[in-house]
Design a protein around this ligand. Structure first.
Ligand SMILES: NC(=O)c1ccc[n+]([C@@H]2O[C@H](COP(=O)([O-])OP(=O)(O)OC[C@H]3O[C@@H](n4cnc5c(N)ncnc54)[C@H](OP(=O)(O)O)[C@@H]3O)[C@@H](O)[C@H]2O)c1
Length: 218
């Protein structure tokens, strides 16, 4: 399989790259800065900042078809916010990375997915995005950005004739974003994500699920 992982310098993205290479896939990993990940025989590394359209287009120009699987993983959360006095510049950046970043990646790379036989786009969402099971979050812009990712998933599912898409909550994970208290390591989450992806079927196209493929309320 040919697989692209965005945001692969660390965290879940890095662990996914390591697991995919170990199982024999050909991986294209994107990082924000040169030198953050060493390429290997089955690992291409491209520089890409998902907030920068020119950077996304440049990475796309260096990537060959087909792509069987794309993990749109790059993300940002930020700390708690309280009104009045919210940090709106930070909020805008988080929406830019998580929501518009996913849109830029989809727009630039979808043609490579369309050339694969049974391609999947896995959009990294979060249970924090759920409106149906909403829990007061200390990070409103994160919840907003991931709800927008879910809207993009629904739109892609409604308009794409060939590419399958799913919004996946990877589970609370010990990364820079998840923090020390999370129950799963990045490697454990990567394993759970890959097992989930192996079990994806037509019924999951356009769905919002966790790594057990249990539906999460929109
Ligand atoms: N950890 C959790 O508990 C948890 C729970 C639910 C959902 N998620 C989602 O899972 C995904 C991975 O999270 P994580 O915990 O692995 O986070 P992480 O450890 O903070 O890693 C985030 C990755 O995204 C990259 N990134 C940030 N801004 C970017 C940009 N503008 N362009 C390209 N890449 C960018 C980072 O690159 P740099 O190293 O250059 O900053 C880093 O490689 C995210 O989408 C997150 O929202 C995580």
């Amino acid at each position: 399989m040919r697989v692209l992982v965005t945001g692969a310098a660390r965290g879940i993205g890095r662990a996914l790259v390591e697991a995919l290479v170990a199982r024999g896939d050909h991986v294209v990993a994107t990082v924000r800065r040169e030198g953050e990940l060493a390429p290997g025989p089955r690992l291409e590394v491209l520089v890409m900042d998902v907030t920068d359209e020119a950077s996304v287009r440049a990475a796309r120009a260096r990537c060959a078809a087909p792509l069987d699987l794309l993990f749109s993983n790059a993300g940002l959360s930020g700390g708690p916010q309280r009104a009045p006095g919210m940090d709106l510049a930070r909020a805008a950046n988080i929406v830019d990375v998580n929501a518009l970043g996913a849109l830029r990646v989809y727009d630039a790379f979808v043609d490579l997915l369309r050339e694969a036989k049974a391609p999947w786009l896995v959009q990294f969402s979060s249970e924090a995005a759920s409106l149906g099971a909403f829990r007061a979050s200390s990070k409103p812009e994160y919840a907003m950005s991931k709800a927008a990712v879910n809207a993009l998933t629904r739109w892609i599912a409604a308009t794409e004739p060939h590419v399958r898409v799913v919004s996946l909550h990877p589970g609370w994970t010990r990364t820079a974003m998840g923090g020390e208290g999370a129950p799963r390591s990045a490697a454990e989450t990567a394993g759970a994500v890959l097992r989930a992806v192996e079990r994806l079927g037509p019924e999951h196209h356009g769905a919002f699920v966790d790594t057990d493929l249990a539906p999460i309320p929109w």
